[in-house]
Ligand binder design. Structure first.
Ligand code: PLP
Length: 229
């Protein structure tokens, strides 16, 4: 068989991926729930992954990397946790359903969303971001690499636009994380990525990198509220 569905998920994964998962399942305890060696080993290993991802993706601090089961969850956390009634968002015609669904929900809850149109070739006009700007615009949410056309968004340009107007920049890096730099102007937007789907990670993994100073409304309860600085 010739496998051509790598935009959905890469395969075969490098052998080290399954080996690392099996080692963790066999050897680690529950991270953060004890001080015995197996629990500490799990905690150290998880923090090591945060550090590696922060370094790889240009995130300022390891504790700004959050793990999720996939990109869909990361995007829902970012969009629903940061935006609410009264906020206006600019997105594009090139988005995946995992961006569109939370944006439609935002609209139903009293937010407003405009989409930069794409032409028949899937190209957008970057001037449209300025045209769609409103006094209550709070964020740009857009894909970095389209899963439909393969086109790359010019995140330098979109990042500059966000910086100029002091907007949050939520980047769907599901197709590009690990392949293309996710930074613009030396800064990192919030990005959401699914290592399982593209860069050879295990299925059921994804992540979110949180921009400095961003505060999320919690979307789930647990023992204590995570503090994001
Ligand atoms: C551009 C884009 N965004 C989001 C997703 C959703 O990723 P996941 O399946 O990890 O939730 C995909 C999946 O292929 C995608 O291509």
């Amino acid at each position: 068989m010739i496998y051509l569905d790598n935009a959905a998920t890469t395969r075969p994964k490098p052998p080290g991926v399954a080996e690392a998962v099996a080692a963790a399942m066999n050897d680690y305890g529950n991270s953060g729930r004890g001080t015995h060696p197996e629990a500490l080993e799990a905690a150290r290993s998880i923090y090591g992954v945060r550090q590696a991802l922060a370094a790889l993706f240009g995130c300022s601090r390891a504790d700004r990397v959050a793990f999720t089961p996939n990109s869909t969850m990361a995007l829902n956390i970012a969009i629903s946790g940061l935006l609410g009634a009264g906020d206006h968002v600019i997105s594009t015609d090139l988005e995946h359903n995992s961006v569109l669904r939370p944006l439609y929900r935002l609209r139903a809850q009293g937010g407003a969303v405009d989409f930069v149109p794409a032409d028949r070739q899937g190209r957008i006009d970057y001037e449209d971001f300025e045209r769609l700007l409103r006094p209550n615009t709070k964020a740009v949410v857009c894909t970095h690499g389209s899963n439909l056309t393969g086109d790359l968004m010019d995140i330098q340009r979109v990042g500059n636009f966000c910086q100029k107007h002091r907007l949050l920049f939520i980047l769907d890096a599901s197709q590009t994380a690990g392949y293309f730099p996710l930074t613009w102007n030396g800064s990192t937007s919030a990005w959401c990525a699914s290592p399982a789907t593209k860069p050879d990670g295990p299925q059921g993994t994804g992540g979110l990198c949180v921009g400095a100073g961003w505060r999320f409304a919690p979307c789930r309860g647990r023992h204590r509220r995570p503090e994001l600085l």
